[in-house]
Design a protein around this ligand. Structure first.
Ligand code: NAI
Ligand code: MG
Length: 498
């Protein structure tokens, strides 16, 4: 067990969970392959930081192509053995329920690890990420026994039926904004359908996926059913996307990488599902109650963030004024402090990126009514919550995903105008309408080209309801029964009668 780094004390400032600290101290963290923790073949490791103070939390094995090859070899064997795919569905249910229970039993520890590694305020980790991950496993636990085929009215001399079978070895590449939750969205449905998984967490936030790996071993899941390969995008991620013996890749992340994955998948025509970003319209009519949480969760680093705030012209000044006032009440600080409303962004890269957009916004002629700068903290990747007014839908800050606590407020005239402007984007992940007029809300919900539409609320996500994008926000739907389509393939069987 390597010693903790000298900065460990300050890196983990505010942490209360002794289990989380113990987990961090057993660094470097290893890869999970075939039920065992192993170092990367190259022996290389990388650092994962606490973005609130830029100190090292732990060293993590840097997996690359050689490790992915090894993981695929064992995953393939575990799949073909049938020890998971041919297990009774009732038994699969029990494993997934057990994993959900273990997540709940370790909720405190997982929440602290998530906030330390990602920077999200502890109230979010505790109330959203960790319970959401447990609920996702529980929801798909129920599905293992409800994956149906059909019988078809073929010729009278034929008995024709369909079977839904697993796809096989699934590569699952996830981002850093909801690390444990995204791991659950990927692993739970894949396993419910009888697949095996190779999960690659984001290099910025590998910790909770690794702790999940330990809990999965504790659940007694057969070795080889879940592998966890930490590492970088080019390296571990690209090796998964290109691998000739992986049957399916599920990816959540940037559009740019989504396109690379789709290209790489052509080698063996693996199935692909992509959940990419968004630039979601958040539409406010004068009769709406002041929407809460315009900045969303996780410092605005949310794929479905309502970052284009459309306000009807009569109330634009008044609305942007009160939005700015609200933004000023969001206390920045140590994510582990329960009073903190907003933590740092996840990384220096993300911090630089968002600062770049703040500069661009000003150059384009938008006005930062509040914020517009990095946070004033001594260290850490903080950004002041920012409200840009005077934005039009053609500006870069209205077209590109900023992924930070930045709202771009755009004026609209009427219903038609806002539908046209709202849909004038490359993306289509989500949208929201705020109004007391239900006819107007339902009418607009139909016209918006987005995978999810919220009315008088924002960001509600339930494992039972599908989630995914129109246009360049990706394809394939996760969650709900739709994830069963992603993780099964259909066989039609004809039997001659008589
Ligand atoms: P990214 O798309 O590079 O990272 C997401 C995942 O893909 C990580 O696990 C990464 O290691 C992996 N990856 C990177 N390059 C890869 C490759 N060539 N082959 C296979 N896997 C690869 O996203 P990044 O750079 O961290 O963030 C950039 C922007 O992407 C953000 O500012 C945001 O706009 C968007 N984004 C969207 C997310 C969403 O939820 N849809 C989540 C994260 C980022
Ligand atoms: Mg980190």
């Amino acid at each position: 067990m390597a010693a903790a780094t000298p900065s460990f004390e300050s890196a983990t400032r505010g942490a209360k969970s002794s289990a989380a600290l113990e987990f961090l101290k057993s660094s470097p963290k290893k890869l999970l392959i075939n039920g065992k923790w192993v170092p990367s073949k190259s022996g290389k490791t990388f650092e994962t930081l606490n973005p609130a103070n830029e100190q090292v939390l732990a060293l993590v094995a840097e997996g690359d192509k050689a490790d992915v090859d090894e993981a695929v070899k064992h995953a393939r064997k575990a799949y073909e053995d049938g020890k998971w795919a041919n297990l009774s569905p009732h038994a699969r249910t029990r494993f997934l329920l057990k994993i959900a229970d273990l997540i709940e039993q370790h909720a405190e520890e997982l929440a602290e690890l998530e906030s330390l590694d990602n920077g999200k305020p502890i109230f979010e980790s505790k109330n959203i990420d960790i319970p959401g991950a447990a609920e996702t496993f529980r929801y798909y636990a129920g599905f293992a026994t409800k994956i149906y085929g059909e019988t078809n009215p073929s010729e009278p001399t034929m008995f024709n039926y369909t079977l839904r079978e697993p796809v096989g070895v699934c590569g699952q590449i996830i981002p850093w904004n909801f690390p444990l939750l995204m791991a659950a969205w990927k692993i739970a449905p894949a396993l419910a359908c009888g697949n095996v998984s190779i999960l690659k967490p984001a290099e910025q936030t590998p910790l909770t996926a690794l702790r999940l790996g330990e809990l999965i071993l504790e659940s007694g899941l057969p070795p080889g059913v879940v592998q966890i390969i930490t590492g970088f995008g080019p390296g571990a991620g690209s090796a998964i996307a290109e691998h000739p013996d992986i049957d399916k890749v599920a990816f959540t992340g940037s559009g740019e990488v989504g396109k690379l994955i789709l290209k790489a998948s052509a080698g063996n025509l693996k199935r692909v599902s992509l959940e990419l970003g968004g630039k979601s319209p958040n539409i406010i009519f004068p009769d709406a109650d002041m929407p809460q949480a315009v900045f969303g969760l996780n410092q605005g680093q949310v794929c479905c963030a309502g970052s284009r705030v459309f306000v009807q012209e009569g109330v634009y000044d008044q609305f942007t004024e009160s939005l700015s006032k609200m933004a000023q009440t969001l206390t920045l600080g140590n994510p582990l402090d329960p009073n903190t409303k907003m933590g740092p962004l996840v990384s220096k890269e993300q911090h630089d990126r968002v600062k770049g957009y703040l500069k661009t916004g000003k150059e384009e002629g938008a006005k930062a009514m509040t914020g517009g700068e990095a946070g004033k903290q001594e260290s850490g990747y903080f950004i002041q919550p920012t409200v840009f007014s005077g934005v039009n839908n053609q500006m870069k800050i209205a077209r590109e995903e900023i992924f930070g606590p930045v709202a771009s407020a755009i004026k609209f005239k009427d219903e038609n105008d806002v539908v046209v402007q709202g849909n004038d984007t490359d993306y289509g992940l989500a949208a929201a309408v705020w109004t007391k007029d239900i006819n107007r809300a339902l009418g607009i919900a139909r016209k918006l080209k987005a995978g999810t539409v919220w009315i008088n609320t924002y960001g509600q996500i339930d494992p039972m309801s599908p989630f995914g994008g129109y246009k360049q926000s990706g394809f394939g739907r996760e969650l709900g029964r739709y994830a069963i389509d992603l993780y099964t393939q259909i066989k039609s069987v004809y039997a001659k009668i008589g």
